[in-house]
Design a protein around this ligand. Structure first.
Ligand SMILES: [Mn+2]
Length: 204
């Protein structure tokens, strides 16, 4: 039989968590209480309903739980009616009540916004109708406000591609056992991150 020990990620900071994990006897499984939340896609109301249902309360500027924390697995934007409500997630990250990785929709948003230095007048994600349609809900709320648009893209660039925690690893969509995920994502995305006018280097 395994022993199960519950610890609150809110009560222990990360270094204390690591020290605590190292001090545990072998064969002990520690559950840190996470709520892993999938694609939001602009459905801010559904997100706040879910957080409330899970016992989170909006308090001191962010949604928080007394002894749990949330992990968002990307795809915050496109499709739904509340695109700017990515601030719900941002507030939680800033308050330390959640963590997050990026999704392909954030990646597309970065590429849509970033001029392609190799093709004058083009962007890294071509502004063809299919791509515009996919990004339409987000553009409708941001395109007329270039400062806001740039600011949101700058935030997308800060999101990591994956998280490696003591208990689990997370990435949007999938891990591919045939590839080293770091290599695969790097190859696919690093050029876009590098060509971005906002950051000189990818954020990981
Ligand atoms: Mn999605």
């Amino acid at each position: 039989m395994l022993d199960y020990t519950c610890e609150s990620s809110q009560r222990l900071d990360q270094s204390r968590q690591v020290a605590h994990l190292l001090s545990l006897p072998m064969r002990t499984v520690v559950f840190i209480a996470y709520d892993i939340i999938g694609d939001i896609h602009g459905h801010a109301e559904i997100l706040t309903t879910l957080l409330a249902k899970l016992g989170y309360r909006h308090h001191l500027g962010a949604w928080r739980h007394t002894d749990r924390s949330a992990i968002f697995v990307g795809d915050f934007i496109d499709r739904g009616p509340g695109q700017l409500e990515t601030r719900i997630v941002r507030e939680m990250l800033d308050a330390g009540t959640a963590r997050a990785v990026t999704g392909n929709h954030e990646f597309n948003a970065i590429a849509w916004h970033t001029p392609d230095p190799d093709y004058n007048g083009q962007h890294l994600r071509r502004r063809v109708s299919k791509n515009r349609q996919q990004h339409g809900a987000f553009l409708a709320e941001t395109e007329d406000d270039p400062v806001l648009h740039s600011e949101l893209v700058a935030w997308f660039l800060t999101l990591p591609l994956w998280l490696e925690l003591p208990e689990l690893r997370l990435i949007h969509a999938r891990w591919d056992r045939r590839d080293d995920v770091r290599t695969r994502w790097w190859d696919a995305m690093a050029d876009t991150y590098r060509k971005s006018a906002i950051l000189d280097e990818p954020p990981w």
